[in-house]
Design a protein around this ligand. Structure first.
Ligand code: SAM
Length: 238
């Protein structure tokens, strides 16, 4: 078993692959004033938790969901059966459609949000918006627990610096919302259950290491759940 296989054995059959709740999606649809017949993209949809919320909240909309990892797309497709959602294995900076809303939970920072927003600027229909969640310091200076949790991500910023960068990149912030506590529990509670099952299955060394790494992440979050946050932004070209 390779390290990648071990990682995806841990991250398999989870309801979602990052922090978030349906109410965060519903808040975004309100702030962005996304029309009923909208064209929506779930960029980096993972196993489709938010795709389903989008489809249920906007049953007349056309939803395209993209991700690089085909097993997530398969899981999402099963979950959204009967809804107007299409799934495609595609890099999220290489979209082909035009959208009223591009939703991106927990993935814009992989490439840097300026790069990703740049790629999406010309994929927005008139009045269209992007919503994305970004790791952020809740308070500054950040607590030692928050620094420990985010160590692997390198440099993080607080809300003023992130908002300034968005403005400099030519984006107007329509709304901002913190994802703290419950949205993270929605991600980590099922993952903890999966880790417990995998540990009981006498995993090989590679898988045991992946389980331990995921456990360290959950434990680091548990050490300061009120200090670990994503900031959800709804933005529109300025
Ligand atoms: C933290 S997960 C979030 C998934 C989902 N949005 C959610 O909240 O459950 C990040 C996702 O980004 C996908 N991903 C990473 N790089 C990508 C890229 N360049 N294009 C499309 N998807 C990508 C991964 O496969 C993974 O599903």
């Amino acid at each position: 078993m390779t390290l990648t296989e071990a990682f995806f054995t841990v991250h398999c059959d989870l309801p979602r692959e990052g922090p978030g709740l349906p109410e965060d999606v519903l808040w975004t649809l309100d702030v962005a004033e996304t029309p009923q017949h909208a064209r929506i993209c779930d960029a980096a949809c993972g196993p489709g938790a938010d795709t389903l919320t989008l489809a249920e909240a906007r049953p007349e909309a056309r939803i395209d969901a993209v991700d690089l990892h085909q097993p997530f797309l398969d899981q999402a497709e099963v979950r959204c059966k009967g809804h107007r959602a299409r799934f495609e294995q595609r890099d999220y900076t290489d979209l082909t459609g035009d959208y009223d809303l591009i939703w991106c939970a927990g993935a814009a920072y992989f490439k840097g949000f300026e790069t990703v927003l740049d790629a999406w600027r010309n994929r927005l229909l008139p009045g269209g918006c992007v919503a994305f969640s970004e790791p952020a310091w809740v308070s500054e200076p950040p607590s030692p627990e928050a620094q420990a949790f985010w160590r692997a991500e390198g440099h993080l910023e607080g809300l003023p610096a992130l908002s300034k960068r968005l403005g400099e990149a030519g984006w107007h912030v329509l709304g901002q919302r913190w994802l703290i506590g419950a949205p993270w529990a929605a991600y980590y509670t099922p993952m903890q259950a999966r880790l417990d099952v995998l540990r009981a299955s006498e995993p090989n060394e590679t898988l045991a290491a992946a389980v331990d790494e995921a456990q360290r992440e959950i434990d680091a979050w548990r050490a300061a759940p009120d200090q670990i946050a994503y900031s959800l932004f709804v933005v529109r070209p300025a």
